[in-house]
Design a protein around this ligand. Structure first.
Ligand code: UDX
Length: 452
């Protein structure tokens, strides 16, 4: 049993670790400056939505292995390990904002106890070189005789799967030069039976950014191929399956659509781009990844504009607002960008999302929020599916068709069964479905299409 303090213990990453480390049998105190969150958590209520979290939170509070506080003086002294899990949001130029990290490092330093040794485990996603910055700030504030080591230990958690990803990681990355501290942290992860990669601080920090940038690149790659498919009459789903079957490529993150969003990919690709520029490089690939992503959303709106011969006063139903299925998170959601672009062009946006309604009421006050996808489609000239919630696949499309005033279904995630939609008399269009478009053109005008 190790005594662990998790700084930022009320956020996605920190709360996940606080709860999971308690579940592994450690004595954990979650520290967060948000008093409201801390009060809720101590009562067993999770302020964020994560699979399995409410049960695991309550179980560990009841077993007295877990508690939450706002007070560094209560949490840091007596802890063997301090997990640093504060957020690193983006500044307006894409650079990571380190204010929370700096202030947490100072507070940790101030509360270290002379004669003890504390290991600071850095989970926050921070630009390469920040571990040294954290160590410097802690040293500046630490009382004489308090010893400490910093270990870089990036997380690779997906929203909605935080506990799963903590307890069953593909790998654990540990960066640092203090062998004893590295060994202690490696032992902590021992029960998870994951491969452990030991490296230096800078490589560990870069692994986090490079992993997210690579996944984002895979998505932008397939979205670029989707554009080509539309021009050349090919089907991107088949192309993705064909390339993904190659073991060296793999099938995941090759799902074409309106692009990636969320709190990590856009922020981390942006921060890596800034790091590369700061190092005197020209990160052409990273810039293209972001450009293709923005373009995917612009093209989706342009296609609706084209099919409806203008968007002014058109009624558009948006299905799904969250940045991905299974979450209520709207941060950097492609659906939000699309809703805004539609409204800027005069369209009336009606929307449905199974989880994000409350957040959407705040974020998109001009969007008419509906209780069901059919209600959203009522009177709509077109439906634009933006988030791949599985329930949209099983809708009664005859009912959808009856409620709409137009007949266009634009599937921004290639989720729906095209034949199912077409059977209801609706006109279906997915992303990168050039083969369908070629067939449709062929049917409409056989000589021209064949001659083209
Ligand atoms: C991501 C990383 O997966 C995780 O390892 C990291 O720690 C944080 O960022 P998350 O933001 O939760 O996790 O979302 P993820 O499930 O990876 O999806 C990101 C976005 O990419 C979503 O908008 C999703 O819809 C989109 N996506 C994903 C695609 O457009 N196509 C795909 O093939 C996969």
């Amino acid at each position: 049993m190790t005594r662990i303090c998790v700084v930022g213990g009320g956020g996605y990453v920190g709360l996940g670790y606080a709860v999971a480390l308690a579940e592994l049998g450690h004595d954990v105190v979650g520290l967060d400056i948000a008093a409201g969150r801390v009060a809720l958590l101590n009562q067993g209520t999770s302020p964020i939505y994560e699979v399995g979290l409410p049960e695991m939170l309550r179980r560990n509070l009841d077993a007295a292995r877990l508690r939450f506080t706002t007070d560094y003086a209560e949490a840091v002294p007596g802890s063997d390990l301090v997990f640093l899990c504060t957020g690193t949001p983006s500044l307006s130029d894409g650079e990571a904002d380190l204010r929370q990290v700096r202030s947490a490092a100072a507070s940790i330093g101030m509360h270290l106890v002379p004669g003890t040794r504390t290991i600071i485990v850095n989970k926050s996603t921070m630009p390469v070189g920040t571990a040294d910055l954290v160590a410097g700030i802690v040293a500046e504030y630490a009382p004489e005789g308090a010893r400490f080591a910093v270990i870089s230990n990036p997380e690779f958690l997906r929203e909605g799967r935080v506990l799963h990803d903590i307890l069953r990681p593909d790998r654990v990355v540990l960066g640092g030069d203090d062998e004893e501290a590295l060994e202690i942290v490696a032992e902590l992860y021992g029960p998870l039976q994951a491969p452990i990669l030991r490296t230096d601080h800078r490589s560990a920090e870069l692994i986090k950014y490079a992993a997210n940038a690579f996944l984002a690149t895979k998505i932008s790659f397939i979205n670029d191929i989707a554009r080509l498919c539309e021009r050349l009459g090919a089907d991107v789903t088949d192309v993705a399956e064909g390339i993904g079957a190659d073991e060296r490529i793999g099938p995941r993150f090759l799902h074409a659509g309106i692009g990636f969003g969320g709190s990590c990919f856009p922020k981390d690709v942006g921060a890596l781009t800034r790091m590369a520029e700061g190092a005197g490089l020209h990160p052409g690939l990273l810039r293209a990844v972001m450009e293709i992503n923005r373009d995917a959303q612009r093209r989706f709106v342009a296609r609706a504009d084209e099919l409806l011969a203008g968007l002014d006063r058109r009624v558009i139903a948006i299905w799904g607002l969250a940045f991905k299925e299974g979450t209520d998170d709207l941060r950097e959601s492609p659906a939000v960008a699309i809703a805004e672009m539609l409204m800027e062009r005069g369209a009336i946006a009606r929307a449905h999302d199974p989880a994000a309604r409350e957040n959407a009421a705040r974020r998109l006050p001009r969007v008419i929020l509906c209780d069901s996808p059919v209600e959203a489609a009522t009177g709509a000239d077109a439906v634009m599916l933006c988030t791949p919630w599985p329930e949209y696949r099983d809708l009664d499309f005859t009912e959808v068709a009856r409620s709409m005033s137009g007949d266009i279904i634009l599937d921004g995630r290639n989720l729906l069964d095209a034949s199912h939609v077409a059977a209801a008399g609706l006109r279906y269009e997915g992303i990168g479905k050039g083969a369908d478009r070629a067939r449709a053109a062929d049917a409409a005008s056989p000589q021209v299409a064949r001659g083209a």
